[in-house]
Design a protein around this ligand. Structure first.
Ligand SMILES: [Zn+2]
Length: 491
């Protein structure tokens, strides 16, 4: 008699990241549950394994620029008292050089940037060298031995109407990517550097759409022949020379489950859908987080290798994951049945099988491809994780600004002509607000939330509404007037 063999597909159920494989990892969690810490840690681990890492989608608070910032929180932690220690979430001890890719209309204060990047002596260093006189901003204070260039800035063109300069943007972006790889930098893009959403989403679309093409052409595995040494002697970087990892924070904002959020976003969304389906073939891993499963297209969710559940409210967890909660509940019940309904047993249940809604920021449930579930601890990244009170300008001393006209926008539907937001582009603004207040198939924002969001866009220079300093009611009144106008037009 013979037995059947190899009936079980063997997978590694204990390891989330496999540096030798392209993976799609999706992270769900409530606000403040430590999702972006996950993105950062996974990205950092893959970076350390020699992947070229892109952190190209984040809130406009520049949190994804913090790869290049270290505040020595671990050291600071030692000095704090017990109560203060509880507040501290960061353990940073180091930082990573980044390549910050911005549109051509963004300028940096060269001296301030140089100061952060070890190009110029700081006041302290200057004094330590025995100099008495200090002139702030003196460009003659160039260091003999330059320090690490933590933040390297590269400019790429702004997208033009009808894709007129598409190929040029892609070739410039490819150069950036190759620089990031050869200099071992994290490639960072952030919407705060874009004056208007069209420029941002169009750029993002071009990048996402062409990553695969760039990978095929420029990210080929190195061979023994290339390096003239056996594979066993390859460094991690040489071994993973052909691999990329893309981090997308608040992934739900480009992968919404319905179309009508922001019409520009559909550009990036369509590109993303195609990308997620194919990224593994290009040796690209994707790490994305979102608050609700409903935020993300089913077509994208289906492509995941691993789901990570951070702390989530029960109502954010969709029907298809009820089994996971039932599973956890059953395990908890088993412990109570065995040890009795008492505090010690509850404690044990919380320790071994915490409810998803109770998970601490450090822990998560990882669900592997074969639905194997594991409670795991995710360590903090070694660079500084941006806290709410942190501010990029304050933390680095680096100043940046927009050059040229700041109140221009683009005809949203066609992307054809540049017009001022405060006259002809009212319709675009109306559609933007309408998408926030009345999205299809889900609950819209409150008027105050929507106003705050619009003001945030205004602050980052992407909109010019004239409502700065006014109350949400100003927007509400304008919106209802405009709504009437739109409805009259339809009649
Ligand atoms: Zn820190």
């Amino acid at each position: 008699m013979s037995f059947r063999q190899r009936t079980i597909h063997k997978t590694n159920n204990n390891v989330i990241l496999n540096p030798n494989k392209a993976q799609v990892i999706l992270i769900q969690g409530a606000r403040g549950s430590g999702k972006s810490v996950c993105d950062e840690k996974f990205g950092e681990l893959l970076h350390d394994e020699g992947h070229t890492v892109l952190d190209i989608l984040s809130a406009p608070n520049l949190e994804n620029c913090y790869w290049a910032i270290c505040k020595n929180c671990k050291q600071e932690w030692g000095k704090k008292n017990k109560f203060e220690r509880m507040e501290l979430h960061c353990n940073c001890t180091k930082r990573h050089p980044i390549l910050l890719v911005v549109p051509e209309y963004v300028d940096f204060d060269d001296y301030k940037l140089g100061l952060y990047n070890g190009k110029y002596y700081s006041k302290q260093e200057w004094a330590n060298m025995g100099n008495i006189e200090w002139v702030t901003g003196d460009p003659d204070h160039i260091k003999k031995n330059r320090g690490t260039e933590w933040i390297k800035v590269r400019k790429i063109p702004v997208p033009k109407a009808r894709d007129a300069n598409k190929d040029y943007i892609i070739s410039q972006f490819r150069d950036c990517l190759l620089t990031a790889r050869s200099e071992r930098r994290i490639l960072v893009m952030n919407p705060a550097f874009y004056k208007i959403t069209f420029h941002w989403h169009k750029t993002l679309e071009l990048v996402i759409k062409n990553l695969g093409k760039i990978a095929i052409e420029s990210f080929k595995p190195l061979t023994e022949k290339d390096l003239k040494k056996p594979k066993s002697q390859f460094t991690k970087y040489e071994k993973n020379y052909h691999r990329m990892a893309v981090c997308m924070r608040e992934f739900g904002s480009v992968a919404p489950s319905q179309l009508k959020v922001d019409q520009y976003e559909t550009l990036a969304k369509k590109a993303l859908l195609g990308f997620v389906r194919l990224c593994r073939h290009y040796n690209i891993s994707l790490i994305g987080d979102y608050q609700r499963q409903a935020d993300v297209f089913a077509g994208i969710k289906d492509q995941r290798d691993i789901f990570i559940f951070k702390r989530s409210n029960r109502d954010l967890i969709p029907q298809e994951w009820v089994w996971l909660q039932d599973d956890i509940d059953a395990k908890r019940r088993k412990i109570i049945e065995r040890y009795g309904n008492n505090p010690r047993a509850w404690g044990l249940a919380n320790l071994k099988h915490p409810k998803i809604e109770d998970l601490s920021n450090e822990y998560c449930y990882a669900v592997f491809a074969n639905n194997h579930v594991k409670l795991m601890k995710i360590p903090m990244p070694t660079f500084h994780h941006k806290q709410e009170i942190d501010n990029f300008e304050n933390d680095t001393g680096i100043k940046w600004f927009f050059t040229g006209e700041t109140t221009t926008s683009i005809d949203t539907a066609t992307g054809e002509k540049e017009v001022a937001v405060d006259d002809k582009n009212e319709k675009a603004l109306y559609n933007l607000i309408d998408g926030m207040l009345n999205p299809i198939g889900k609950k819209g924002m409150k008027i105050e939330e929507c106003f705050a969001e619009i003001m945030r866009m205004e602050d980052s220079g992407r909109l010019a509404t004239g409502w700065k300093g006014k109350k949400p009611n100003a927007m509400r009144m304008w919106f209802s007037r405009r709504k009437k106008k739109e409805q009259d037009k339809k009649k």
